[in-house]
Write a protein that binds this ligand. Structure first.
Ligand code: FES
Length: 62
């Protein structure tokens, strides 16, 4: 559903942020069990949903 909302926002040129859910083991940034790939200016990076998110710009995630 988040991907569909992000796509719709992109079609209408609207800013969009998404709040991701991911399985978490520690929830404090220590285990890297919740990483997602995020597009950045430096290229793709892995971000931890528990400490770097959970809110990301939609165009970075999808
Ligand atoms: S749950 Fe362990 S780093 Fe996010």
């Amino acid at each position: 559903m988040l991907e569909a909302v992000a796509k719709l926002a992109s079609e209408y040129n609207l800013p969009c942020q998404v709040s991701l859910e991911e399985f978490m083991a520690c929830a404090v940034g220590g285990c890297a069990g919740c990483v997602v790939e995020v597009k950045t200016e430096q290229g793709p990076m892995m971000k931890r949903v528990c400490v770097d998110g959970p809110v990301f710009n939609a165009e970075q995630v999808f």
